[in-house]
Design a protein around this ligand. Structure first.
Ligand code: BYC
Length: 312
């Protein structure tokens, strides 16, 4: 019985029919999605922190308005994603507990500091650029609510990337100090961005199964290569350099070759030893604790409403 349900499920996936929350699904499919979607949601929310650091110091009103809008978009992405994960039978509280207790991860990239204003441009251009490449294929992921959430997220991410590039483009045409700030931000964000795509395919425990279930459409290494090829061209427009002496166009492969990624650094960041892991978790824990009264008030209000007395 179980085997035939599993076979029917795989046939649906192969026929590109979306899996919806009430459909039968293998327990491991459900767990894989909860893991990935909740970690994606946590990344959006934790990702607001490095940028939030610059709201009060944005160099103009225009830049401040753009940054505020971008960060609000990220809060929205987190909310769609938590909602999509909830359809799989996990509560938002449980997802939060998994994050705060260290059981759930969030993207490694948000454990790096934003030291200068150029870092905000670099996040938009490089981090959101990497995110879009990863997320466009997720618009066709097999689980309906995740795929539909990704459509809107991707539209907003492409605006995020454009504004980041434009911000760096202005710096790259500025004074010597602005140019050097721009290059320094690119130098610091480049390698961590390559790590965002996850471990190499032959060391990625989830890829084969996730691709069979069409949760993932393109492997970690294939997406990373697309990113290198895209950015290696865009950086020329900025007149800047990527910090990789081995970056070289390979005419036979029609791709850029690139240097070795420091996977030890990635593994340290995942273990909680990146430059900002403790700070990020402390900020999220404080937000959870500070929000206790809101949760309490909302629960009491809902209770009163159920009893037909919303205003008392
Ligand atoms: N950081 O078998 P693998 C944004 C973990 S937010 C941390 O390849 P999978 C933005 C992985 O979870 C964008 N952990 O896994 C927001 C797994 O550990 P667990 C965030 C990572 O899932 C604000 C283990 O390594 N995007 O754009 O098949 C401002 C083995 O990996 C990372 C998403 O979340 C990492 N970088 O593939 C600006 C996209 N990489 O869970 C921008 C959705 C891997 O088994 N997620 N790990 O303990 C995905 O597409 C996939 O989950 C990944 C990893 C490609 C990331």
């Amino acid at each position: 019985m179980e085997t035939s349900l599993a076979e029917q499920f795989q046939q649906k996936v192969d026929l590109e029919i979306k899996i919806e929350p009430k459909d039968w699904m293998p327990e491991k499919y459900r767990q894989t999605l909860i893991r990935q979607i909740s970690q994606h949601a946590h990344s959006e929310v934790v990702g607001m922190l490095p940028e939030g650091n610059w709201i009060s110091r944005a160099p103009s009103l225009r830049r401040k308005a753009i940054l505020l809008a971008k960060i609000q978009d990220e809060a929205g992405h987190g909310l769609y994603l938590y909602s999509a994960a909830e359809t799989l039978g996990i509560s938002r509280d449980e997802m939060y507990h998994q994050l705060l207790s260290g059981r759930a991860k969030y993207s490694s990239i948000f454990n790096y500091p934003t030291l200068t204003w150029a870092d905000i441009g670099a996040i938009g251009w490089l981090v959101d650029g990497a995110a879009i490449l990863n997320q466009v294929p997720l618009c066709r992921t097999s689980f309906g609510p995740y795929a539909r959430a990704m459509v809107r997220v991707c539209k907003e991410e492409s605006f995020h990337q454009r504004q980041g590039f434009e911000s760096l483009w202005i710096l790259s045409k500025g004074t010597a100090a602005q140019k050097s700030m721009c290059q320094d931000a690119i130098n610091r964000w480049w390698w961590p961005c390559l790590m965002m795509f996850g471990p190499p395919d032959d060391e990625s425990p989830n890829t084969i199964q996730s691709m069979q279930w069409k949760i993932k459409r393109i492997s970690n290494d294939a997406l990373r290569q697309k990113f290198v090829d895209m950015i290696a061209e865009q950086v020329k427009i900025l007149g800047m350099k990527l910090p990789d002496p081995d970056l070289k166009w390979n005419e036979t492969e029609k791709h850029y070759n690139y240097g070795k990624i420091n996977w030890d650094e990635f593994s340290q960041v995942l273990k909680g030893n990146g430059p900002c892991n403790k700070e990020r978790m402390a900020a999220r824990t404080k937000a959870w604790e500070d929000g206790a009264w809101v949760r309490e008030a909302a629960t009491v209000y809902a209770e009163k409403k159920r009893n037909g007395n919303p205003n008392s």
